[in-house]
Design a protein around this ligand. Sequence first.
Ligand SMILES: [Fe+2]
Length: 234
Amino acid sequence: MSFAVASGAYLHHLELESGDPAALADFYGRAMKMKAERFGVGFIPSPSPLFDKRAFAVQDPEGNRMAFGLADKPLDVIRRRGPIHAPLQHVTVTSTNMAAIEDFYANKLGFAVSDRVRNDAGAVSTVFLRCNHEHHTVAIFLKSEAGLDHHSYEAGEWGTIKDWADHLGGMRIPIVWGPGRHGPGNNLFIFIKDTDGNMIEISAELEVIHDRPVKEWKHEPYTLNMWGPAIMRS
Ligand SMILES: [Fe+2]
């Protein structure tokens, strides 16, 4: 049997380019009983030099551009352990409109919501979203201004965080928050700042989710930060 037949591959979808996509969608809806799905997301060219030209990007409601591309090496090679280990794992941005930005990532891009944190007024103050089994790939904090909150590197184990702390201590780079354990995601953490003042997190033991309902948290310091120094967020 040929390789293609043995693999059981099938035609999953096809893409038609058209000068009048609305008319085409209407036709397929009426004639072929297909359901038009409008994702409402405009693709923009990928701004990243690290992906090839097949990559594309989207812009979220706060103006953050997120590029999607194919890695040139498998994930286990990209995340191969070095002397001390911590590959990039998540990014946290701030938003003034939590409903709009959650709608964008969850409903337009198809990320899964892992956890939400609500403030005393019941409004969502943090949402954690994932595009794989790691608890969050993107997290969003409610703030009065949109921007970058921090980016995080997953060290895997507590002992590796200690190695990082020894390394940073040797460089006289202060730990500005932590060690501690977050509530949502259950990860251990330390934070440092880069030379521009951006917060960098080194994390370990981040929750892996295969199937569970969205968890809702109350915005209380002991639920957000299970142990460690008092929470820094305003
Ligand atoms: Fe984080």
